[in-house]
Design a protein around this ligand. Structure first.
Ligand SMILES: N[C@@H](CCC(=O)N[C@@H](CS)C(=O)NCC(=O)O)C(=O)O
Length: 205
């Protein structure tokens, strides 16, 4: 497959994976909250990440895009061979991060209007979302208590994805500052050249 012409409309984690894997992919930054954003022409859901292949095929969802990108670099330490337990564990964390963290908890925090049209309800939705975010991260914190990375002894796609959310926790403060194992992972994640390059390119460093 020739990825040279493939644009990917990114969120941070896909951007980081593209840089970790050193793939020849064209990255486009798009506005998400404007009706005229080019994302609507690419992904009818109006969401990133969205990967468009050179034959026009569209792939969405982090849980599909991240493994697909890693599979373009056979043997990459970021993922694992088909049929292995390690691969299933990495995919399990990708599913957890996408469904339980990204969508189930950060979405009501960031988009309370999707859960109630009544603006007066939004502070309550946001407050409850923070409770759920904490619970979802405590599960990860426990897992990381005696290990450095989510799966095995090395940094994988799952850690690249978790690093992004661990960075979002800095904005929340309070009890989130007590998640020390996640804090350690964030520090190591932030030191990675691919992460630094992606954050810098996005004006976030
Ligand atoms: N289930 C999707 C969620 C993607 C998602 O919600 N992305 C956010 C950006 S981090 C987005 O596009 N938000 C715009 C919106 O929800 O309209 C995935 O895991 O890829």
């Amino acid at each position: 497959m020739n990825l040279n012409q493939c644009p990917v409309l990114v969120d941070h984690n896909t951007h980081i994976a593209v840089r970790e894997l050193d793939l020849p992919i064209q990255i486009e930054k798009v506005a998400l909250r404007t009706p005229d954003s080019p994302i609507h022409q690419i992904n009818p859901l109006g969401r990133v990440p969205a990967l468009q292949l050179d034959d026009g095929t569209l792939i969405t969802e982090n849980s599909a895009i991240l493994p697909y990108l890693a599979d373009q670099v056979p043997g990459t330490p970021l993922f694992a061979a088909a049929g292995t337990t390690e691969r299933a564990q990495i995919q399990s964390w990708l599913g957890y991060l996408s469904a339980e963290i990204h969508t189930a908890t950060f979405r009501p925090l960031n988009r309370p209007e999707r859960y109630s049209a009544a603006e007066t309800a939004h502070p309550g939705i946001r407050a409850q979302a923070q409770v759920q975010i904490l619970k979802a991260f405590e599960h990860i914190e426990q897992h990381l208590t005696d290990r450095q990375w989510l799966v095995g002894e090395r940094y994988t796609l799952a850690d690249a994805y978790l690093g992004v959310f661990s960075n979002w926790l800095l904005r929340l403060g309070g009890p989130f500052n007590e998640l020390h194992a996640i804090g350690r992972l964030r520090e190591q994640w932030r030191e990675r050249p691919a992460v630094q390059q992606a954050l810098k390119a996005e004006g976030l460093l």
